[in-house]
Design a protein around this ligand. Structure first.
Ligand code: NAD
Ligand code: FES
Length: 280
């Protein structure tokens, strides 16, 4: 059992938990994730390790409440516990050894880009973060990222920072030159747009793929992604890949496979007792 030490609401549907997981806190590396199971029979949810404190024996998980299982998780409070946390899983981020890295975070993806920016800055790489949200209250990790370098905040409605998508700010940085690598994490259309933007400049672009995962060990095939002309598994070969080689159409197609099932499960959660198609 993993006790929850603290809980903070970061944006209207994003919650940060600091959770006891001493072994994972000691050995995790940037880019790695865990698979969380709230209790017996519960869905397994892959979550990036946003931060860790080996001395306190804790890891930080950032959860966007979108479906039944993530709503169940964010309903927990300090003192409650998560039954299983398996990890660290996945390959650590391949960090740029020197130069200038731009870390792009879209919405909740900013929590995933934070440990990468942190590790790059610690290794002496110049870091510029470009982070975006629909409006002011959806921007997360801005203060934490300011500890790693310059931060450009973007909001769709202009309520904080500059108005527009993160890709507009990235386009200007690319135009200015001097960028050695881009790390982009967020909604799939955002990661795809970032990769298309950097392609003509030949700037290496790493994206983190949020494909559907079950076992997290390369056995079930659920997280299959197309990289160039190969099939790879995000849980063991990723989750980070060369954005210029990702088959984003396949990723989008596979991410929507269980959408109806997920919507039914969420509807049942909010209206207990209601009998839906599939219960019969
Ligand atoms: P959102 O839809 O509110 O978008 C956040 C920001 O991303 C926007 O403000 C904008 O700056 C940028 N953006 C969005 N669409 C764009 C586009 N078409 N072109 C350029 N920029 C764009 O984000 P959200 O609701 O916080 O994110 C939810 C999505 O992120 C979900 O689909 C979730 O699955 C995904 N996600 C991905 C990862 C990952 O590891 N890649 C991790 C967590 C969540
Ligand atoms: Fe099963 Fe990756 S989650 S193979």
């Amino acid at each position: 059992m993993h006790a929850i030490r603290s809980k903070t609401l970061l944006s209207p549907n994003v919650t940060r938990f600091v959770v006891e997981a001493p072994r994972i806190a000691e050995i995790r590396k940037p880019g790695q994730f865990v698979i969380v199971r709230l209790g017996p029979g519960a869905e397994r949810i892959p979550l990036t390790i946003a931060d860790a404190d080996p001395a306190a024996g804790t890891i930080t998980l950032v959860i966007q409440a979108v479906g039944k299982s993530t709503h169940d998780l964010v309903d927990l409070d300090p003192g409650d516990a998560i039954r299983d946390i398996a990890g660290p899983l996945g390959r650590p981020t391949e960090l740029l050894p020197a130069g200038h890295a731009v870390c792009v975070g879209g919405g909740v993806g900013t929590a995933v880009v934070f440990p990468i920016a942190q590790a790059l800055a610690a290794a002496g790489v110049r870091v510029t973060s470009v982070i975006g949200g629909r409006s002011k209250e959806w921007v997360i990790f801005a203060d934490e990222l300011r500890g790693t370098g310059d931060v450009v905040v973007c909001t769709d409605d202009g309520s904080a920072g500059r108005k527009g998508f993160v890709t507009q700010a990235l386009a200007e940085l690319c135009e200015g030159g001097g960028i050695d690598e881009v790390y982009a994490v967020g909604p799939v259309p955002m990661m795809r747009a970032c990769a298309e933007l950097t392609r003509p400049y030949g700037i290496k672009t790493t994206v983190s793929l949020n494909s559907i995962m079950v076992d997290g060990t390369g056995m079930c095939g659920g997280c299959r992604v197309g990289i160039g002309d190969t099939s790879q598994y995000a849980c063991v070969d990723g989750p980070e890949f060369d954005g210029h080689a990702v088959d984003f159409d396949l990723l989008i197609d596979r991410l929507t496979t269980y959408r109806e099932f997920e919507q039914d499960a969420l509807a049942r959660r909010s209206q207990p007792g209601q009998c839906l198609e599939g219960d019969r």
